[in-house]
Design a protein. Structure first.
Length: 218
């Protein structure tokens, strides 16, 4: 209300919009599609107890500096915590990364579907949990399993060793958080990108417990 009064009454412009239209619409749609409501299944305190933090579509060092400092502190307190940054650019966020994946822009879905396929091949998917709390796993895997490591490397324009290092880290982690932001959300395929990230956490039972979850940061 106040923002409208300021813009229309004082500044004299009829053009005003919230950041939700671009900022969170994709994330909200993906959460609702996955869980039935717009809910984030983790919070910032999980940072202090995770084994793996994946940051994708975000230059947190610049866009979320306070959060980035918290990530730095968490990594200092827990030297075993791994940070993987997925970003076409080498940003300042990469300064804390154990691994940087400079993927081809727009190849996020291929990367995380490849992760699903790899996790399935490694026997990492907790099928009993998924069958109890979710549906559509077989259909999802049927699509994802078509992707080999070489296919993912080609789609993402990365070398196979880097892809495998990421997949191994995710599959071996007992806890994992995926931070994703505007690089994922502000896309014509933003909902699908967020959905496949959520799918990976659901399939590997890396959700609903300390240090775990798909986390869209605004």
């Amino acid at each position: 209300y106040i923002a409208n009064k300021l813009m229309k009454g004082f500044i004299g412009s009829a053009n005003i919009d919230t950041n939700s239209r671009l900022c969170m619409s994709s994330a909200v749609a993906a959460y609702k599609r996955a869980f039935g409501e717009d809910v984030v299944p983790c919070d910032y305190t999980d940072l202090e107890c995770t084994d793996l933090l994946v940051i994708t579509g975000s230059n947190a060092a610049w866009a979320h500096p306070v959060l980035f400092q918290r990530i730095q502190r968490a990594k200092l307190k827990n030297p075993n915590m791994k940070v993987i940054v997925v970003d076409p650019r080498k940003t300042e966020t990469c300064t804390i990364a154990d691994l940087h994946l400079p993927i081809k822009p727009g190849s996020d879905v291929g990367l995380f579907n490849g992760l699903l396929s790899y996790a399935n091949a490694q026997g990492r998917i907790n099928k009993s949990v998924v069958e109890s709390y979710a549906e559509g796993l077989d259909k999802t895997l049927k699509s994802a399993n078509a992707l080999t490591l070489d296919d993912v490397a080609k789609v993402c324009d990365l070398d196979v060793n880097s892809i495998k290092a990421f997949f191994d880290a995710f599959c071996k982690a007992s806890s994992a958080i995926t931070f994703y932001s505007m690089g994922v959300n502000q896309s014509s395929a933003g909902v699908d990108k967020a959905q496949v990230i959520i799918n990976c956490h659901l399939a590997m039972d890396l959700i609903g417990k300390d240090g775990c979850g798909p986390f869209s940061i605004t």
